[in-house]
Design a binder for this molecule. Structure first.
Ligand code: EPU
Length: 337
């Protein structure tokens, strides 16, 4: 089995920020055999390895040493279970939004709230993507991985993935697992989640139980607020919404009565977009990058921006928010190298 390897490969179209970047070496993985060949290759040449999917949560420097491997494993399998339940297995390289749309067309529901999130199925569990009241962990059964240490493929069940808000085992053991397939438990019976108020408000009366109406509303809300990465480079929310203790929240609330926050167990999740917006950053431009004009949590590349510029802007926002509110904002996407 031989891998097709390309040197000095341009990555601009493989990262949604659209940063100019070149991989010393690039390859695409389409089968389990490719994964094993890649493992042998990087071992033999002692090369660093970066695995990517749709590149939608990644901030690249101008040169990426070693091998960049794009996981392009395809496939969608449906298995009818008892009642209306359906087990859906997606290859890691399947486009996320396209898969949700195909499932909807086949009458399989549960992922509508996660429509239009850029990237591939294999990346969804890494940061436990979430939007409009649903997180991937709510629908996920298991993740098939290739374990770089044990040199074998196996399934991790939902609990073993240690999901939390924008977090999983895959964010902590970055170099250990390559995700090859993701398995969901969905249903032919609609299970509509309308806990997020702006979504509920966007649904026509009488359509609350219609997954297609939810899918369409999510797409409308996202298009109105979030920049399309094919038109304006970005990686979605640039910072996580910070989680603070109830005490911290009460103290902030006294100073800022209109602050937006949501209970998160015993703690509170603050809307970082609100904190940044209130400091006047929305629409701010610095060098080739800036803060999106409709959503202060999203940093954008106006075309010729680069990683250093994004880092400089992010640091200014972080210190401003820290000084004003005493809250440290954590960057969400991954920087590499
Ligand atoms: N807000 C402002 N100004 C802004 C942005 C937001 O005041 O510029 C306020 C809004 O008024 C709103 C609150 O902040 O009341 C929350 O904003 P929004 O509903 O847009 O959600 P978010 O907290 O900014 C999170 C996720 C998004 C997800 C939405 C919807 C994170 C880091 N981000 O954003 O996920 O789509 O909720 O569920 O949790 C992503 O992770 O890349 C992402 C886009």
């Amino acid at each position: 089995m031989s891998l097709q390897l390309y040197s000095d490969y341009p990555l601009r179209r493989l990262n949604t920020f659209g940063f100019e970047s070149y991989a010393q070496c690039f390859t695409r993985l389409e089968t389990a055999g490719d994964v094993i060949s890649l493992h042998r290759y990087v071992d033999e040449h002692r090369l660093p390895l970066l695995l990517i999917g749709g590149g939608s949560n990644l901030i690249l420097g101008p040169k990426v040493p070693g091998v960049v491997a794009q996981v392009a494993i395809a496939g969608m399998e449906l298995e009818a279970l008892a009642g209306d339940a359906v087990r859906v297995t997606l290859g890691a390289g399947e486009n996320w939004h396209g898969s949700i749309e195909r499932l909807l067309e086949q009458g399989v529901y549960g992922l509508e709230n996660l429509a239009l999130i850029p990237g591939c199925a294999g990346a969804a569990p890494v940061q436990n993507i979430g939007a409009y009241g649903v997180e991937v962990k709510d629908r996920l059964e298991a993740v098939e991985v290739y374990d770089w240490q044990q040199r074998r493929f196996y399934w991790l069940d939902n609990a073993e993935c240690r999901f939390a808000y924008r977090d999983s085992i895959f964010k902590h053991e970055t170099d250990r697992y390559l995700i090859t397939r993701v398995r969901f438990l969905l249903s032919r019976q609609p299970d509509c989640v309308l806990s997020y108020k702006p979504l509920r408000d966007a649904i026509e009366p009488g359509q609350e139980g219609n997954p297609r109406a939810i899918f369409d509303a999510v797409c409308r809300i996202r298009r109105a607020k979030l920049p399309d990465p094919t038109l304006l480079g970005n990686a979605g929310s640039f910072f996580k919404n910070p989680i603070v203790t109830a005490g911290q929240y009460q103290a902030l609330r006294q100073r800022y009565p209109d602050m937006v926050a949501y209970p998160e167990g015993e703690e509170f999740k603050l809307a970082a977009g609100w904190l940044i917006d209130r400091q006047g950053w929305k629409g701010y431009r610095q060098e080739g990058v800036g803060v999106h004009e409709h959503q202060a949590l999203v940093l954008v590349n106006y075309g010729e921006g680069n990683r250093q510029q994004i880092e400089r802007l992010a640091e200014r926002i972080q210190s401003d928010v820290l000084e004003q509110y005493g809250v440290q904002l954590e960057v969400e996407p991954r920087f590499y190298p």
